[in-house]
Write a protein that binds this ligand. Structure first.
Ligand code: SF4
Length: 62
């Protein structure tokens, strides 16, 4: 499973980096993905983060 962030949509709300800091971190203004290839133990949390993102900026590729 892979994950990326659409930087044009991200508003920098920090929800994803707070919820799954193993995978997401804040850049200057928008979130960044630390590990595009998501380890299995974090897959559910990343799916949840994508659902919770208020901007629908987290793109999951199963
Ligand atoms: S939850 Fe969505 S809008 Fe908020 S920082 Fe993460 S990617 Fe950006």
């Amino acid at each position: 499973m892979k994950v990326r962030i659409d930087e044009d949509l991200c508003t920098g709300c920090e929800l994803c980096s707070d919820d799954v800091p193993e995978i997401f971190e804040m850049g200057d203004e928008v979130a960044q993905v630390k590990q595009p290839d998501v380890p299995e133990e974090h897959e559910d949390a990343v799916r949840q983060a994508a659902e919770d993102c208020p901007s629908e900026a987290i793109i999951v590729e199963e």
